[in-house]
Design a protein around this ligand. Structure first.
Ligand code: EPU
Length: 417
């Protein structure tokens, strides 16, 4: 199993390019299931989750070619195998995203139930409820969701909770349904908007993406497109926090500051000086780091996927802060590892109280999920001495060429087998 070693203490300095967004690319690749024609998707990050999704699509009948770096062509002339097996869904929950398009296209889908995962229970009841409202017959047998519908029918669906992949699944299914579907209490995340833009470029009739009410008028067929995935706001945020916590100065290219507002606001509050343009952000840390309170919530509020990274920042900032996690019930697993590195954190229910200390100390730590892994990398690069991070396969699911980027910013980082 591979590990990362990091010698901490160097402020990040330099310029990097932000990759395409994992959580936009995954649903966008699934749109291939909705059309007989070819899609060309650009700015797809090279990540393990993307590889798993491509494997799943290929197994279902999609023809895939990797044209050049970050550019993928997909053609699903014939969906030969409408099954997403447990082996794939268990390694990547986003595999649930094939449910809606597969059902809309073939009238049938069989997908393994994802089950719980490290950060929480993560049920998919809203995906199922929405498809049932559109006329699907759904049975759960032997751990699999069996869905059937000779023709999905548009429906008015009020979602009980804001769900990103739930909104995406239903939006994709509704593009080929008969009549109009309205999704109320829909997720407003930029990745949902990016998927909607891709679908619109394929001929879908979608209004309201980015608001909490999305209306989709079903069409008979969708067609070919070429589409570029948006930049990864969580990758950008992670590097910005790394620069702020290490007292650095970095420039991010190919990013979208307008979808990062809640994170940028917190970085300014922590003492960072930020400048930005349409597709770039510059962060310089010259002041003493101040701790900031964080409360995670659906977009446009502060993202849960940035919570762990800000925990590191607060660990070495001046003052005491409160970090409240409102999306996932078990997303504080990094706390124990940070405490082993000298952080002072107490957890009270879904709130972590962080007392800033002067420094963290390098240690051997274990990554437990994707964003917790990023948090440990950040902790390692500001800690005194050497940090060894185990189970970094989590990191490779969501950060493209992370060591290469950190090395170019001056971090002493190494991957070992
Ligand atoms: N929920 C339900 N029922 C459902 C669906 C969700 O109760 O049918 C609950 C979940 O248990 C959770 C909350 O609703 O408490 C929000 O979950 P959501 O469905 O929005 O999460 P997701 O779609 O499974 C996506 C991202 C996550 C990100 C969350 C929240 C993808 C592939 N994944 O997950 O990304 O944390 O939205 O923004 O888009 C990551 O990249 O590290 C990651 C975990």
């Amino acid at each position: 199993m591979q590990k990362l070693t990091i010698h901490g203490g160097t402020p990040l300095s330099g310029e990097i390019q932000i990759s395409g967004a994992k959580n936009a690319a995954l649903p966008i690749l699934c749109t291939s299931l909705l059309t007989y024609e070819s899609l060309r998707i650009k700015n797809v990050p090279h990540l393990n989750d993307v590889t798993t999704m491509l494997k799943l699509l290929k197994q279902m009948g999609t023809n895939i070619s990797i044209d050049k770096d970050s550019e993928i062509s997909l053609t699903t002339t014939h969906l030969s195998n409408p099954i997403a097996p447990y082996e794939m869904v268990k390694t990547m929950r986003a595999a649930i995203l094939v449910l809606g398009p597969m059902l809309a296209r073939t009238g049938e889908a069989k997908i393994s139930l994802p089950g719980g995962c490290a950060i929480g229970l993560r049920p998919v009841d809203q995906h199922i409820k929405g498809l049932q409202a559109m006329g699907a017959e759904i049975h759960i047998k032997h751990g699999y969701i069996h869905a059937k519908a000779s023709q999905l029918i548009g429906a008015h669906i009020v979602m009980d909770t804001v769900t990103v992949t739930g909104t995406e699944n239903l939006m994709m299914a509704a593009t080929l349904a008969e009549g109009i579907t309205t999704l109320e209490n829909a997720a407003r995340e930029p990745e949902v908007v990016d998927l909607a833009c891709c679908l619109i470029s394929m001929g879908a009739k979608i209004h309201g993406a980015g608001s909490d009410v999305i209306t989709i008028k079903g069409v008979k067929l969708l067609h070919e497109t070429t589409y570029q995935v948006i930049a990864d706001r969580i990758e950008a945020g992670t590097f910005l926090v790394a620069a702020a916590a290490s007292g650095g100065d970095i420039h991010l290219k190919n990013t979208c500051p307008n979808i990062l507002n809640s994170v940028l606001d917190k970085l300014v509050e922590s003492g960072a000086k930020i400048q930005s343009g349409e597709d770039w952000v510059n962060l310089k840390m010259t002041n003493k780091l101040q701790s900031v309170n964080i409360c995670t919530a659906p977009y446009p509020a502060f993202p849960t996927d940035m919570q762990a990274q800000f925990m590191v920042l607060n660990s070495v900032a001046e003052g005491t802060s409160r970090i409240t996690e409102n999306i996932f019930e078990n997303r504080f697993m990094h706390v124990l590892e940070l405490k082993r590195m000298g952080a002072r954190i107490e957890v009270e229910g879904n709130t972590a109280v962080v007392h800033g200390v002067d420094k963290l100390e390098g240690a051997s730590v274990m990554a437990t999920d994707l964003r917790a892994s990023a948090c440990l990398v950040l902790a390692g690069l500001i800690a005194q001495g050497e940090t060894i991070i185990d189970r970094i396969y989590h990191l490779d699911r969501g950060y493209e060429r992370i060591e290469e980027k950190l090395l170019s910013l001056g971090v002493k980082i190494n991957r070992i087998n």
